[in-house]
Design a protein around this ligand. Structure first.
Ligand code: GRG
Length: 304
């Protein structure tokens, strides 16, 4: 059955399961040299995670494909892009958990990679996941011009002007008082940039026209921020077992968050307005964007 005719409540677990097998297939087997590094890469990526970024790639791709004219090459390319964003995300988590950064021992309900293996292996596993992501983008069976666009987007979103830059600001901001604009800039870069890239990659791979891309950009900007607001709320309202990572860390480390700046109620209000912005951005895209709307609600309502 084509993906666009599946109900969202069936589509979401089906796609989440599908990306697991895609990732499993793209990761080097642990049986080939260097075995320990490959084992750590697989440990970092497989067996956990909500796969929100991959879901965004698929949903944005499906919203952008011309009905009835989608090709198997486009489907394969969406698998590559969805896997690439999850590999980059996994690398960022492995490095973020290292003792020189957040120094965390729990991730996705399991010991972090440096605890399970060792620090050097964790660093190298993250290092190796990153080029694998770019290799997958380079192998997409679509027009070379689209591969170039996708690669540039991924590089820019995850480098010093995106995710890594946001992490650098975060590292420097512990114990500092940030105003809400500074906090927003940090999160737009650290968390939002890869989420936004996931949406736009889906559009690029599926050959979205400029009107669709504009809608996707506006949706992605709202959701990128909403994801972080939820994360900040859950850090104070949830617990370590439910989250699968250490709860209450932001306050314990005196980190500036949406909750510390605007309180719980203010953060919840901001979240609702970001959800509304995301839904409004999708209106021009019509019913094909239903999955993206569903993901917006899923992100806003998530409990882990
Ligand atoms: C170290 C280069 C480098 C970057 C790290 C993304 C990031 C930048 C650090 C993660 C720290 C963190 C907890 C950020 C809050 C938002 C976030 C990215 C949460 C984790 O993402 P989920 O909830 O995780 O999608 P799963 O496990 O479901 O994939």
């Amino acid at each position: 059955m084509p993906q666009h005719s599946l109900d969202f409540s069936i589509w979401l677990p089906e796609r989440a399961q599908h990306i697991e097998s895609v990732l499993e297939q793209f990761l080097p087997p642990a049986s080939i040299v260097p075995e320990r590094l490959h084992e750590a890469m697989r440990y970092a990526v497989l067996g956990g995670g909500k796969r929100v970024r991959a879901l965004l790639v698929y949903a944005a791709g499906e919203a952008s494909l011309q009905p009835g004219s989608e090709t198997s090459a486009q489907r394969i390319a969406l698998d590559h892009a969805a896997a690439a964003v999850e590999l980059i995300h996994a690398y960022s988590l492995v490095h973020d958990d290292l003792p020189c950064m957040d120094d965390d021992s729990l991730r996705r309900g399991r010991p972090t990679v440096h605890v399970q293996f060792d620090e050097a292996t964790a660093m190298l596993a993250g290092d190796a996941l990153q080029p694998l992501a770019f290799e997958l983008l380079g192998m997409m069976p679509i027009a070379p011009a689209l591969i170039v666009q996708a690669t540039q987007l991924m590089a820019r979103s995850t480098g010093s002007l995106g995710m890594v830059g946001g992490q650098a600001i975060d590292c420097d901001s512990v114990g500092q008082i940030l105003v809400s604009e500074q906090l927003q800039q940090m999160h737009r870069m650290k968390t939002g940039a890869l989420l936004e890239a996931s949406v736009l990659l889906g559009g690029i791979v599926a050959g979205a026209g400029s009107a669709t891309r504009t809608g996707l950009e506006s949706y992605a900007a709202a959701m990128g921020l909403a994801f972080q607001v939820v994360d900040d709320i859950l850090d104070v309202t949830s617990d370590t077992v439910t989250l699968g990572k250490t709860a209450g860390k932001d306050a314990a480390e005196n980190k500036p968050t949406y909750v510390s700046i605007m309180g719980l109620d203010g953060s919840r209000q901001l979240l609702q307005s970001l959800r509304d912005q995301a839904h409004a951005a999708l209106l021009p895209l019509g019913p094909s964007a239903g999955r993206l709307a569903g993901i917006a609600d899923y992100i806003v309502g998530r409990d882990r």
